[in-house]
Write a protein that binds this ligand. Sequence first.
Ligand code: PEP
Ligand code: MG
Length: 886
Amino acid sequence: HKYVYDFAEGNKGLKDLLGGKGANLAEMTNLGLPVPPGFTITTEACKAYLTTGREPEGLAAQIEAHLESLEREMGRRLGDPDDPLLVSVRSGAKFSMPGMMETVLNVGLNDRSVIGLSAQAGGNDRFAWDSYRRLIQMFGKTVCEVPGEEFEHALDEAKHAKGTSNDLDLDADDLRGLVDAYKKIFAKHTGREFPQEPREQLDLAIRAVFESWNAERAVLYRRQERIPADLGTAVNVVTMVFGNLGPDSGTGVAFTRDPGSGAQGIYGDYLANAQGEDVVAGIRNTVPLQELEQLDKASYDQLLGIMARLEEHYKDLCDIEFTIERGKLWMLQTRVGKRTAAAAFVIAGQLVDEGLIDLDEALHRVNGAQLAQLMFPRFQLDHEFEAVAKGIGASPGAASGKVVFTSARAVELAAEGEAVILVRRETNPDDLNGMIAAQGILTSRGGKTSHAAVVARGMGKTCVSGADELEVNVPAKKFTVGGHVVNEGDVVSIDGTTGKVYLGEVPVMPSEVVQYFEGELDPETIDDALVRAVHRIMTHADAARRLRVRTNADTGADAARARRFGAEGIGLCRTEHMFLGDRRELVERLILASGEREREDALAALLPLQRADFIEIFREMDGLPVTVRLIDPPLHEFLPPLEQLAVNVAVAQERGEDVAKEEALLAAVRRMHEENPMLGLRGVRLGLVIPGLFAMQVRAITEAAVAVVRDGGTACPEIMVPLVGAVQELETVRAEAERIIAEVVGDSGVEVLIGTMIEVPRAALTAGQIAEAAEFFSFGTNDLTQMGWGFSRDDVEGAFFWRYLELGIFGISPFESIDTDGVGRLIRIAAEEGRAARPGLKLGVCGEHGGDPDSVHFFHSVGLDYVSCSPFRVPVARLEAGRAAI
Ligand code: PEP
Ligand code: MG
């Protein structure tokens, strides 16, 4: 079994096996770019190690063989005392997990080879001892779990003894002393000496990278990013090149376009005389990449050439890491770069213009989650708000909240329902929990590629980084800026697009993308790359998609907005929402009616109110289908809460008041009380039990349609019966409804369809029978999930879903994204058997899943006619329906 690949043996298609980093190092090697030679140990080796706890058979020998050939190529041996080859050991999973897993640099250094390294570097003792102390530090922390603070503490002491705060002031002797101190720390914590044998260093480092796949923060990150837990990481063993050999060396990161806005240009950070991790960790402030032109023109020009080449080859934005070792440029990494939602749309549009990709491909390159992000509101700045600082707009959005300075405090306050902004000098992987809990992240140091920036962008969380006017004092729980002192708990607002920081809460306004959907911005004339790109891609999605998109709306205003957003009708109008507020009492009267007369009075009072509701909605949806669902939820929702009522009655009785009326109400509420209301008297069952209720609604719907038509409009009502489990239920309702419709429609020409929700598993399994009595099905995936799994949709998310997610029983809540294997199977069966019984049966979905990107793809694949979702999700569903079709 082949577990080890030379860079020359791989390519970018092998990410599953070689991880993203390994596959792209191979690709660059084969493009003839300057990549330090090395090899990749596969994810399969990692998986084997993680399952058995041992390196798989044959791995050691393969590593040996590849190491030997690397040594031959470089003309040096690993850790050779006189002229050592040094390597880095880098993790690299299929999906990028920035800073989540481990890397060890300078493997191969020991008490003897450190002298050889110095000679290699032209007698640069300082450099050699600094490299050695870094190895002990990284190896100790990563491989042997020595607490990192101990090393940092020793480093601080060395600087203190020297009377400096700058690492660069430490000379070779100081660093040699530090190596001794580090070795003592290492021995104290591990019970052994720091390993001097280079091959042992290498093997242990490889093992540590394997194990880092299951590090707590990596597990958490994967869950957040929905990366499967069983992929494993590859391990790259790469010849070391040094960016810390002097002023003619350095290291940097760059993007071929601005990952924040998508704008073309040169974007990156450079740090002279530094090793790679210094940049990503945001420890020292970098300079803009453009300044490299002055420092080293030849390398700069070569780098720009390589970046252009990579873009053309990958046909996408690439990000890269590079090192310059004494004027020689080395490429350490590239990948198709992460980007903000706005940049994703803008870049896709640009690449079409440049002829690199077509519109189908552009549609592939964006997604509904990104579009949803672009619909977030922004700050409204025509106010007296003045920014107190400006950092780097690292991840867009507008966030306000109380300032907190630690991850733990962020989690605590967020759990109490507070919006918080996590303020740090810089973040590191240990801050992940706080970053998840916060509305936004603000750091005083670090560029667009710092940990905070990269992770926040990945999460779609607002982030301003490198706001260096801020003096952040974490122990004192405050920061100062321009004479202001901001304490924990004070409110700030941050703009992740402009990088600006404001004191207090800044009001927000709709995003330009929402303004475009609202029809307030003309995409043909506006000078806004994002709006134009969104328009172009949405237009293509609409042309490509087969699924229609409707909306769930119960009011004229919602219907109108959804229509502006592109809805092609209403897929679900929940009439029970129309019975709340002032009308609740009428419903109470209906439920408690003691005789036919009282009931009919109550119904007669409700009829005109309902009719008016429907007229408004039919007008807004003129010419488009409107599915109105007959009343669904349990009746007790319309009655006063039992316990409260019982207490009131008892108190009133105590006082000797006349409580006859209240007692009657209490008795009725008691009678209606259900232990499992979601499985009780609701939906079609209500219609069959309370005479006249459904009839009133059918009449109101039909009369409204007739009124709209007589007014010159076009109404296309579809009456939907909820919670049907047996065809007989539907037949009973249908017979009555047809009679009323025939009577009301007269010669108006109005046509009313009658259909049903499929939201009870039995309905799905008897869909062939039910289709005989239904002109359409609409899948109620909320209830179908609830009843399919036997999970209460109102209770479980907080109660135990976290554990299910942790155990991987599901990767995402089945209430959020459709469970294709189980609930999805019910849908498939019902769709097939329904259509077999009634060709041309209209099929839709109106549960929350109708606006979820992955679920939309599933509904497309099952052959539904439409999805229906909340108004704000309509553009997302349009986009995803387009993506599903290409
Ligand atoms: C459903 O069950 O999916 C549905 C749309 O109905 P409701 O959410 O109103 O129960
Ligand atoms: Mg339902």
